[in-house]
Design a protein around this ligand. Structure first.
Ligand code: AMP
Length: 284
């Protein structure tokens, strides 16, 4: 399969867009596919549940997999290639080369999920080398991942531009995620607390609060009010560098959180004060 992907790349004198996914596709993934289709001549969607990015004891075995359904969904999106390698194709016997993005990988998601970003950076490096896309598409939903991948691409001089697209949400505000499938009815209702906490923090920010710890406290209080939810972490950082902030200034701010609902762990985030055409916006 990797040799087919390499051949595709060599034969193309056209722009190639890659959308890396772990499958169980939903509208969040499909928004990336749509933009790839709009921007690129050739669209490759990879579907690979990457074992190295699951920390010990996480949900690798039970992660939802349905390639037949994913392939059927993608036929409506005019995708050129679905790249669904086996584990052995990506990690041949005696595989021993890993990519570590220092600093950025160690906090927050990285601290809660040891080895996670090493797995992400390694598989993304392999996928970029196999497909050699001009553009690769990622979701803002995984904010820290987008920063790790951008740093990887810059530091190792990959010739791929990373495109980050907004988080797609249900009407309730719940961010779409393959892991939402794990939630029972009560947990699903409770899961809206992630977006509620972020929205409340945005209100507090809009009312003039500029202390990072007070914004974090607002998120903590909102999550604490939901009995089924348990906060893992909340971070308030510079949205571009991921530096922790105390006093917020005119830089864009990323507020991110991870929450346990029963056995399921969900993440979400929003960016405040991102200026578009000189105008401040809060986007999600
Ligand atoms: P995953 O299959 O969870 O590894 O996700 C594959 C890509 O889809 C990643 O770049 C994610 O950030 C992105 N993604 C996942 N959920 C969403 C969402 N709700 N909105 C936008 N992008 C998403």
């Amino acid at each position: 399969m990797t040799s087919v992907a390499r051949k595709v790349r060599r034969e193309q004198d056209q722009t190639i867009g890659l959308v890396p996914t772990m499958g169980a596709l939903h509208d969040g993934h499909l928004s990336l596919v749509r933009e790839a289709r709009r921007m690129c001549d050739v669209v490759v969607v990879s579907v690979f549940v990457n074992p190295t990015q699951f920390a010990f004891g996480e949900d690798f075995e039970r992660y939802p997999r349905d390639l037949t359904k994913d392939a059927a969904v993608l036929t409506d999106y005019n995708v050129d290639y679905i790249f669904a390698p086996t584990i052995e194709e990506i990690y041949p016997k005696d595989f021993s080369t890993y990519v570590t993005v220092g600093g950025l990988s160690e906090q927050f998601e990285g601290a809660s999920r040891p080895g996670h970003f090493r797995g992400v950076a390694t598989v993304v490096a392999i996928l970029l080398n196999v497909v050699r896309p001009d553009f690769a598409f990622f979701g803002q939903k995984d904010a820290q991942q987008t920063l790790v991948v951008k740093r990887l691409v810059r530091d190792l001089a990959f010739e791929t531009e990373i495109v980050v697209l907004p988080t797609v949400r249900e009407e309730s505000g719940l961010a779409l995620s393959s892991r939402n499938a794990y939630l029972d009815e009560d947990e699903r209702r409770a899961a809206v607390v992630l977006y509620r906490a972020l929205s409340r923090a945005r209100e507090v920010y809009n009312e003039g609060e500029r202390s990072a710890s007070r914004l974090a406290a607002s998120v903590t209080a909102t999550v604490a009010a939901e009995p089924l939810a348990q906060l893992d972490y909340v971070s308030v950082t510079d949205a571009d560098t991921f530096e922790s902030l105390e006093k917020l200034d005119d830089r864009p701010v990323l507020i991110a959180l991870a929450v346990h609902l029963g056995k399921t762990r969900l993440i979400d985030n929003l960016v405040l004060n991102r200026k578009k055409n000189g105008v401040s916006t809060a986007n999600s």
